[in-house]
Design a protein around this ligand. Structure first.
Ligand code: GDP
Ligand code: MG
Ligand code: K
Length: 296
């Protein structure tokens, strides 16, 4: 393996809800996100995003069954599909929150593949006060599973992400990039779709706009010529949800419908858009208010 060799491969990000998978992913790919194209669907995996560097291309993929993962939802069929897909990527990132390894974390840990390198990623480093206790915590976790490597990061603050990528790179096969550069250099449709929802929120909430609010693209997929887009509006507190949703859901409906129409115009194709409001802390499914919009 020469130092100048180009590496390219598939990376899965796993962990229980709220450890920071989406935040990490968003930071890693930034605006340079590649949408799932027709080409991508010919590969073994569903591509979530691509990060391309001078010497490597990291292709982040979905793990079927993992998006719907929540406590108690795992069963044998799901376990098998998770295991199969984790066994077929080049590298797995297992995310834990610093100083926390709960039963839910261990459920995920039990699904980690034995013959694929798994890197332990300790997230939320910014919340750690005692570095000595952190080292003890890491040693404890590493005693439970044969991790290929370990890195501590703060996904939210973008800290130590290049160090993390440095540890992933050697596990990717020597290969030329699978995706062309032009797919990852522009603002992507994924990024633009979040911008459109953000713009509608500003327009329709005005002064009511909750101070802390994020828009997150949870899924962006091509299904033939149809774009399937799932967007979460993240608010800080439970009592901010009705502000966004409106009476009988009318505000959210308006926001979603207009956003979808804008997207269809911009992308020049049909869009199936789901928008929901989520409170940042807690389990997604408990707080999900879902509106579905069919096709015209
Ligand atoms: P996911 O369910 O694993 O995708 O987790 P999210 O990416 O949605 O993150 C869950 C919560 O943790 C969000 O409120 C994030 O802002 C927060 N979070 C993620 N990374 C960090 C971090 O590095 N530090 C801190 N303090 N919070 C983080
Ligand atoms: Mg997420
Ligand atoms: K990037």
């Amino acid at each position: 393996m020469t130092e100048h060799a180009y590496h390219c491969g598939f990376v899965a990000i796993v962990g229980r809800p709220n450890v920071g998978k989406s935040t990490l992913m968003n930071h890693l790919i930034g605006q340079k996100v590649s949408i799932t194209s027709k080409k991508a669907q010919t590969t073994r995996h569903r591509v979530n995003g691509i990060h391309t560097e001078d010497n490597a291309q990291f292709i982040f993929v979905d793990t079927p069954g993992f998006q719907t993962f929540h406590k108690g939802a795992l069963n044998e069929t799901l376990n098998k599909s998770v295991k199969d897909s984790l066994g077929s990527v080049d590298c797995v990132l297992f995310i834990l929150e610093a100083m926390r390894c709960s039963a839910a974390d261990r459920e995920v840990m039990a699904l980690l593949p034995k013959h694929t390198p798994v890197i332990l990623v300790i997230n939320k480093l910014d919340k750690v006060k005692d570095k000595f206790l952190l080292q003890e915590f890491i040693d404890g976790v590493r005693a439970e599973f044969q991790f290929a490597d370990c890195e501590v990061v703060s996904a939210k603050h973008g800290q130590r992400l290049s160090e993390l990528l440095d540890k992933v790179r050697p596990h990717l096969p020597e290969s030329m990039p699978l995706y062309p550069d032009d797919m990852v250099t522009d603002k992507s449709e994924r990024f633009l779709s979040a911008e459109i929802v953000r713009e509608k929120l500003f327009r329709y909430l005005g002064e009511e706009l909750p101070y802390e609010m994020n828009v997150e693209v949870e899924m962006f997929e091509m299904d033939g010529a149809l774009r399937r887009i799932h967007i979460a509006i993240l608010v800080d507190k439970d009592n901010q949800k009705p502000i966004v949703i409106g009476k009988g859901g009318e505000k959210l409906k308006k926001i979603s419908t207009e956003a979808r129409l804008d997207m269809e115009k911009l992308f020049d194709g049909k869009v199936f858009l789901q928008v929901w409001v989520k409170v940042k802390s807690g389990w997604a499914d408990d707080v999900r208010f879902l509106r579905e919009f069919g096709l015209n």
